[in-house]
Design a protein around this ligand. Sequence first.
Ligand code: AMP
Ligand code: MG
Length: 282
Amino acid sequence: MNLLKKFRVEPGSNVDLGSIDPAFHGHYTNDAEAAQDLQRHLARITELQRKLYADRTHSLLIVLQGIDSAGKDGTCWHVISAMDPQGVQVTGFKQPTPEEQEHDFLWRIHPHAPRRGYASIFNRSHYEDVLVVRVHKLAPKEVWKPRYDFINEWEKMLAVENKTTILKFFLYISKDEQLKRFKARLDDPAHQWKISASDYSERKKWDDYIKAFEAALSRCSTEHAPWFIIPSNHKWFRNLAVSSIIADTLDNLNLKLPKPTVDIDEIRKLYQQAKDEEDKGH
Ligand code: AMP
Ligand code: MG
């Protein structure tokens, strides 16, 4: 199953989340069945990220969005587990500071875009400025409406100017599943720190969030920076889908390890000399 094609939002299409099943899990019936494929995708990511880092011509930007408890943190952890930590940076975007609020909305985002050779993961992103800002009317419509076009232009600039491959994942869970996860957090002391009262006030605005997500997914899935809608009720399927899309995309870049900058035969001679001297000494 080509998940890259299956879950990609076609640029220009109109997303209706009501027609998508957040509990979809393909032909796999459970976690154990998907485990082998997941490991295979993670191993491919490890290999390909090594090439990305060595080659230093391209970069990768992964954007994670989703409603509270959709699994942004878990996905982040999973994807990163396959990567060399030296080549990847994660940034979580929270409420803007007073200083950030006095700038344009992309000001705080841009410094975290990946440098060549690196991967960046955004746990929330510039999309908050057309999601929470729109839902809570934190800015008037005249302010947030033009942002879809600004976002598209900015992402295109990263892609063209700096060869940044951009993958944006919307982790889609159902309203029931969210409540189950809230309950699980209440019952698990290791996760209670994640609970906030705002989870419940935000939940009341579920329909407004869905509308705001549909607008962002419809208006900002582009050739340069496509959105993927990932059915995420099953965490194992979500991890499988995201990792397979990242691996396939990196594969399509045809990255090569750079040629050695030295003459390897000459270096072999130096090695042999060093070895001979070492052996003599013993
Ligand atoms: P969490 O990711 O659960 O730690 O929560 C971060 C909070 O910051 C969420 O409630 C986001 O909606 C909020 N947030 C992130 N970016 C913005 C933004 N640009 N404007 C307002 N709130 C934001
Ligand atoms: Mg939260």
